[in-house]
Design a binder for this molecule. Structure first.
Ligand code: 13P
Length: 252
């Protein structure tokens, strides 16, 4: 059986004092999880703080982005090896905000995916359609294109050491969650597509759902057969919400 993974994506939120309060609240409450894993993906400046805090407990650390380059004259960028220096296990690549606001195209995302794996990080690859694309009935085409870009450079074997997060753009930060059935349909499509290349890798692939997951809807989403946890934005900033979502993954 696949383990569920709940990862909080703090996005550009937090401060030293707010982070301390949040981490102090969640770490002890999640110490006994056994059937689900949890992670927090924090802004770069707070990696050191989070790494130190997470020494106790069993929550993993992740980052929200990285450079596709190993090192060099790339002002303002952060490399995979730097993230490893701070104890990161995961790195989000291709979040829709990076794609939409920072011009990351499929090829760039794929290059980041490969660079992350090469360094020893587990990439959390985000895919998902906009509202316009959903209304035009091209959700599967869009998700397939985003996956194909990664498959072309990493091969299906690359997906064996990664997490995929289905995040419909219209559900992110809008309070509009995909229904469990809507999300399940796309998750099943993703697993089916990978299965065409390797049934074994598809069966083991953790596919998270992201988009307005809250304590109130997490259990229902996580009960779907192809939804293996979540990538949580807004609700990850509340200790009570995040802990309840991780608990829902533990039950589901
Ligand atoms: P929300 O949970 O705030 O909708 O954000 C989802 C997301 O983008 C996580 O990466």
């Amino acid at each position: 059986m696949r383990e569920k993974l709940v990862a909080g994506n703090w996005k550009m939120h937090g401060s030293l004092s707010e982070n301390k309060a949040l981490l102090d609240a969640i770490i002890p409450q999640l110490a006994d999880l056994s059937r689900a894993s949890c992670a927090v993906c924090v802004p770069f400046p707070y990696l050191f703080q989070a790494q130190a805090a997470l020494q106790s407990g069993n929550i993993s650390l992740g980052a929200q982005n990285m450079s596709q380059h190993e090192k060099g004259a790339f002002t303002g960028e952060v490399s995979a090896s730097m993230l490893l220096d701070f104890g990161c296990k995961y790195v989000i690549v291709g979040h829709s905000e990076r794609r939409a606001l920072y011009g990351e195209d499929d090829a760039t995302v794929a290059a980041k995916f490969v660079a992350a794996q090469k360094a020893g990080l587990t990439p959390i690859l985000c895919v998902g359609e906009t509202l316009e694309e959903r209304e035009a009935n091209i959700t599967e085409q869009v998700v397939a294109r985003q996956l194909d870009a990664v498959l072309a450079v990493a091969g299906v074997a690359g997906l064996a050491k990664s997490i995929v997060a289905y995040e419909p753009v219209w559900a992110i930060g809008t309070g509009k969650t995909a229904s469990p059935e809507q999300a399940q349909a796309v998750h099943a499509f993703i697993r089916g597509k990978i299965s065409a290349a390797s049934a074994e890798i598809a069966a083991g692939l953790v596919i998270q759902y992201g988009g307005s997951v809250k304590a109130a809807n997490a259990a229902q989403l996580f009960s779907m057969p192809d939804i293996d946890g979540g990538l949580i934005g807004g609700a990850a900033l509340s200790a009570d919400e995040f802990v309840a979502i991780c608990r829902a993954a533990q039950q589901g």
